[in-house]
Write a protein that binds this ligand. Structure first.
Ligand code: B4P
Length: 190
């Protein structure tokens, strides 16, 4: 099984590249951001709770995210593998994912970490905010999301670096150029 953690700060292109990767590799896309937004639009108890965190640019508590991921994984019977997009976002989530996959006799193949500078992140997210009206793409919330990323999420890199699974990928350039870099990294996996 090919299990990929697609990692990066908000606006680095995780959602964008995931779409292309599912087509090429036949993997299941597990985006915690998408699942949470769906819960918000359906006004489920999880959605009502998550909305408060997401509107401020804070992370939804680990316990809620973890329960949601277990349910999603268990829905798939014979998957080729998963793209974990926006998950794990804390070291607690990373440890949990390792246990969960070990119990299912599999593991993470690689962490692909998109590298994008702060100015470009802000530019992309502001643009998306204007185009879609997404409430967390507003400047003060974007700034908090980047701060939360640096404080709580960036340390997850070391978790995968220690297991020799960390692969940084330049996230600047056209969507196709970045995708080609990702395909190159996946092609080198043994
Ligand atoms: P996410 O939905 O994961 O949002 P994100 O980090 O902002 O990334 P996203 O996928 O949307 O953006 P992308 O980089 O693709 O999370 C939203 C919120 O949900 C979090 O803030 C948190 O509150 C909560 N949450 C989610 N997962 C959680 C977890 N595990 N634990 C706790 N809380 C969690 O792209 C951004 C924009 O850039 C797009 O408009 C795209 O068109 C553009 N773009 C992409 N590639 C480009 C390129 N090469 N050039 C120019 N523009 C590009």
């Amino acid at each position: 099984m090919l299990n990929i953690v697609l990692f990066g700060p908000p606006g680095s292109g995780k959602g964008t590249q995931s779409e292309k990767m599912i087509d090429k590799y036949g993997l299941i896309h597990l985006s915690t951001g998408d699942i949470l937004r769906e819960a918000i639009s359906e006004r489920t108890p999880l959605g009502i709770k998550a909305k408060e965190y997401m509107e401020k640019g804070e992370l939804v508590p680990d316990e809620d995210v973890i329960n949601m991921v277990v349910k999603r994984l268990d829905r798939e019977k014979n998957p080729n593998g998963f793209i974990f997009d926006g998950f794990p976002r804390t070291c607690g989530q990373a440890r949990f994912l390792r246990t969960l996959l070990t119990e299912r006799d599999t593991r993470i193949s690689v962490m692909i970490a998109l590298q994008v500078n702060r100015d470009e992140l802000i530019r992309r997210l502001l643009k998306r905010g204007q185009q879609t009206g997404r409430s967390d793409d507003e400047l003060s919330v974007i700034m908090n999301r980047i701060e939360v990323y640096e404080r709580d999420t960036a340390p997850v890199i070391d978790f995968y670096r220690n297991m020799r699974k960390y692969r940084p990928v330049d996230g600047l350039g056209s969507i196709e150029e970045i995708f080609d870099r990702i395909v190159g990294v996946i092609g080198e996996l043994k």
